[in-house]
Design a binder for this molecule. Structure first.
Ligand SMILES: [Zn+2]
Length: 309
């Protein structure tokens, strides 16, 4: 009579592919704010993805940590960039594994913002759109199954859809970060991806946590522009929006159980304040119950292992 089912096939594991990790021991660099998560070399990404696939995890989502950054973030659309190489390696080694790529510029820009900047320091929305289209097409050429724009620029889903189609990738889907809030829970990710803004914050293009109806409208816009799946991020404090976005869009919904949510559970478990396994399975089940079709979580491998035993 159980109403909600949680299985490894509903989980997506985020992975950080790092150019610098190639020279780290075993191709893995520790992330101090995210115990057990590492930045991975190309070889280590394939190893890690193979064990995730063996556990039945549905998909991986790749974030690039390039060696060089510049003002425009040109590493993001380099066909030999770190994410593009990882996608090709994964599709060659594990053709059945679904590969999703994060499409943004903040990991590639020297200022850490999600787009190119105007002279006054504000993000230039329209100039950024053109670059995001190039990033998505480059990921598609490498073999990505889904691209996931996380920038929150206005009009990016439509631009990316047009660019993918024009480049011959009409079968590549778009998972839009539709309801992405300006959140305190992204802190550890910024250490992991080296994407902390050098100045200012992202509040001009991310949503105010107080604004639920605005988030639902944003998701509806992304659907009109051609999104195949929409995301709510973060997850734990936003269950109402997972339900509302699902109801409004009728599309599959992804919930991103973000780095700070992971770190919070890890810290409490390490201190002996709560049972990690029970807490994680309860969180993931709760997100599924709220309406998430898939959950992106740094606990994906652990959860898949726990669900199997
Ligand atoms: Zn970004």
């Amino acid at each position: 009579m159980r109403e909600t089912e949680l299985s490894a096939g509903r989980l997506v594991a985020p992975m950080f592919v790092s150019e610098a990790a190639a020279s780290a021991p075993q191709g893995r660099e520790a992330i101090s704010t995210m115990p057990s998560v590492q930045r991975l070399s190309l070889t280590a990404v394939v190893e890690e993805a193979r064990s995730l696939a063996d556990l039945g995890v549905a998909a991986v989502m790749l974030f690039g940590v390039p060696g060089d950054k510049d003002a425009e973030g040109s590493g993001a659309w380099d066909d030999d960039g770190v994410v593009q190489l990882a996608v090709s390696a994964l599709k060659a080694a594990l053709p059945e594994l679904v590969v999703i790529t994060d499409v943004c510029l903040c990991e590639y820009t020297d200022h850490g913002h999600c787009g190119v900047l105007r002279a006054d320091g504000a993000v230039d929305n329209d100039a950024t759109l053109e670059l995001l289209g190039q990033v998505a097409a480059s990921h598609a050429r490498a073999g990505a199954d889904l691209v996931a724009p996380s920038d929150m620029m206005d009009g990016r889903v439509g631009t990316i859809r047009a660019e993918l189609d024009a480049d011959g990738h009409s079968d590549v889907g778009i998972l839009a970060y539709s309801a992405k809030f300006a959140s305190a829970f992204y802190g550890p990710f910024r250490e992991a991806a080296g994407s902390t803004p050098a100045f200012g914050d992202r509040r001009s293009y991310q949503l105010d946590p107080a604004n639920g109806r605005e988030a639902v409208r944003e998701a509806a816009l992304d659907v009109e522009e051609g999104a195949d799946m929409v995301m709510v991020k973060p997850a734990l404090a936003y269950g109402d929006l997972i339900a509302a976005v699902k109801h409004r869009t009728g599309l599959p919904v992804a919930a991103y159980n973000v780095s700070g949510e992971y770190a919070m559970v890890k810290a409490a478990a390490t201190a002996g304040y709560l049972d990690e396994r029970q807490a994680v399975l309860e969180i993931l089940t709760g997100l599924r119950r709220a309406g998430a079709d898939i959950v992106i979580s740094y606990h994906a491998a652990d959860a898949a292992r726990w669900l199997a035993t």
